[in-house]
Design a binder for this molecule. Structure first.
Ligand code: SAH
Ligand code: DHB
Ligand code: MG
Length: 218
């Protein structure tokens, strides 16, 4: 079925997303600079854009920039006086992302902070509360990132966590894959977290079988 999933994603992109030179250039530039093709899909990117708009987001936090593909979608949802902080471990990824964001015309809205996200988050105090947080970095730290998103949010903050299904890998109890272990720790944390309302939605498409957590701070 995965050929069918890709074909349907192509159909959705053709009908609902249209040609997008800045995003196409971003993916090409990422590939040219050796970045792995693990960006969100076009349909998922538009979903992030819509969720950010529905939430009326003026302040967005992203954890895991890569080449800025999802960053561009999110930044496009911001008003002119909005801002987006995105956290990235790899200096090379951040450099490629900066080029892509400038080309897309959203560079002025985006602050890329380089280093382990746990350190960048710990250094954040007294920030304007974030309206939306998109978590898409090292899966081992997902529970920590959600805790930080709550700390840096407010009642009503939207939290999205990418890649929480992993072709069903989330069900592997005795895994030695620390990303799966991290995802299961995330679900354990969410199931015992009174400060959130949360769900997870499975997805298929260009990024195979995966899913995302959608949560709202109470
Ligand atoms: N959100 C991007 C994809 C991110 S891929 C998009 O959809 O376009 C995951 C990114 O997280 C990679 O660039 C990786 O370098 C980064 N990452 C991994 N571990 C990290 C850490 N500890 N802190 C910050 N970023 C990290
Ligand atoms: C991986 C990371 C992602 O954020 C993603 O969307 C797909 C794959 C990975 O680390 O393999
Ligand atoms: Mg992802």
């Amino acid at each position: 079925m995965s050929r069918g999933w890709q074909a349907v994603d192509d159909y959705i992109a053709d009908k609902l997303l249209g040609a997008d030179d800045a995003l196409a250039a971003t993916l090409a530039n990422n590939a040219a600079h050796g970045l792995p093709p693990i960006d969100v899909s076009a349909a998922q990117g538009k979903m992030l854009f819509l969720l950010a708009q529905i939430a009326g987001s003026k302040n967005i936090l992203e954890i895991g920039t890569l080449g800025g593909y999802s960053t561009i979608w999110l930044a496009r949802a911001l008003p002119a006086d909005g801002r987006l902080i995105t956290l990235e471990l790899e200096p090379h990824h951040a450099t490629v992302a900066r080029t892509n964001l400038e080309r897309a015309g959203v560079g002025g809205l985006v602050d890329i902070r380089v280093g382990p996200a746990s350190d960048s988050l710990a250094a954040m105090t007294g920030e304007t509360p974030f309206d939306l947080v998109f978590i898409d970095a090292d899966k081992q730290n997902n529970a920590l990132y959600v805790n930080e998103a709550i700390r840096l949010g407010r009642p009503g903050t939207t939290i999205i966590v990418d890649n929480v299904v992993r072709e069903g890998g989330v069900l592997e109890v005795d895994t030695d894959d620390e990303r799966i272990f991290g995802t299961r720790a995330l679900f354990d944390m969410l199931s015992a977290e009174p400060r959130l309302d949360a769900t997870a939605v499975q997805t298929v498409g260009a990024k195979k079988w995966d899913g995302f957590v959608l949560a709202r701070v109470r």
